[in-house]
Write a protein that binds this ligand. Structure first.
Ligand SMILES: CC(C)(COP(=O)(O)OP(=O)(O)OC[C@H]1O[C@@H](n2cnc3c(N)ncnc32)[C@H](O)[C@@H]1OP(=O)(O)O)[C@@H](O)C(=O)NCCC(=O)NCCS
Length: 219
């Protein structure tokens, strides 16, 4: 089992929504929610991978009124960032640039949208993956000065944010707007990434940006 065993944001917020790490008991309901919200089908092995690999995470949101999941995010630390992947040359995962997190899946049931839940999921996942990537005992590096787009601190220690990327269908205007607002800009277009989808475009944007955990993004 991965480091995500520990409860994280398991207190209900003002909307009575709590985030917990995926457990084996969640796999089928969370997989069903993926199928309901995303055009791509994810096999059970995808979720097993999230459970067992310490460089990935899946967070599940639940409302206090029901045990059914209402939202999810899955994300992983990337170790192979390169200019050919559409990332800036300084984006690789190394000591000078910090952590690169790739968002794999993200979805919120329509009833719970437009209240900041996706942003909370992204920030919590990034924070947890940063924690997992930094050796114990290293303390937080203070936020670098303004204008840090893609330019994390070079001070040794726990970074205050991460380079974050995601793939999003070119026809998914709602998600593209969401990613732009949290600081991820489209960098390149990938043809035919979603070959098997029944609806929407088969092409994807790679969206990329630096998310600082010390910045509060207002709605
Ligand atoms: C994209 C998606 C995940 C966004 O989820 P969400 O929980 O509605 O996202 P947020 O609430 O954080 O932000 C959405 C909007 O609500 C607004 N908002 C956030 N908090 C708010 C608040 N407290 N009060 C009012 N508005 C608020 C934001 O301004 C934001 O607007 P913008 O994105 O147009 O700039 C959701 O629409 C979804 O699940 N879509 C289907 C699946 C999908 O496309 N996934 C992404 C591709 S993998």
């Amino acid at each position: 089992m991965s480091y995500v065993d520990a409860d994280l944001d398991d207190q209900f917020d003002e909307d009575n929504i709590a985030l917990k790490s995926l457990t084996s008991a969640d796999v089928q309901p969370v997989r069903a929610l993926h199928s309901a919200l995303l055009p791509v089908r994810y096999p059970t092995s995808f979720f097993i991978h999230l459970l067992v690999h310490s460089s990935s995470i899946c967070l599940v949101a639940r409302a206090s009124t029901s045990n059914a999941p209402i939202a999810f995010i899955s994300a992983a630390i990337q170790h192979n960032a390169s200019p050919s992947a559409g990332l800036a040359p300084n984006a690789a995962h190394d000591e000078s640039t910090g952590v690169h997190v790739q968002i794999l899946t993200l979805g919120v049931l329509p009833k719970y949208r437009n209240r900041g839940l996706a942003q909370r999921l992204v920030r919590t996942a990034v924070s947890r993956l940063i924690d997992s990537s930094v050796p114990a005992g290293i303390t937080q590096v203070p936020a670098p000065p303004p204008a840090r787009t893609g330019a994390p601190s070079t001070t040794r220690g726990k970074p205050d944010g991460a380079l974050v990327s995601a793939h999003v269908s070119t026809s998914n205007a709602r998600a593209i707007e969401f990613y732009k607002r949290i600081g991820l800009a489209p960098s390149l277009e990938i043809r035919d990434l979603y070959r098997g989808v029944s609806s929407g475009s088969r092409d994807a944007h790679l969206v990329v940006g630096y998310i600082s955990l010390s910045d509060k993004i207002e709605p």
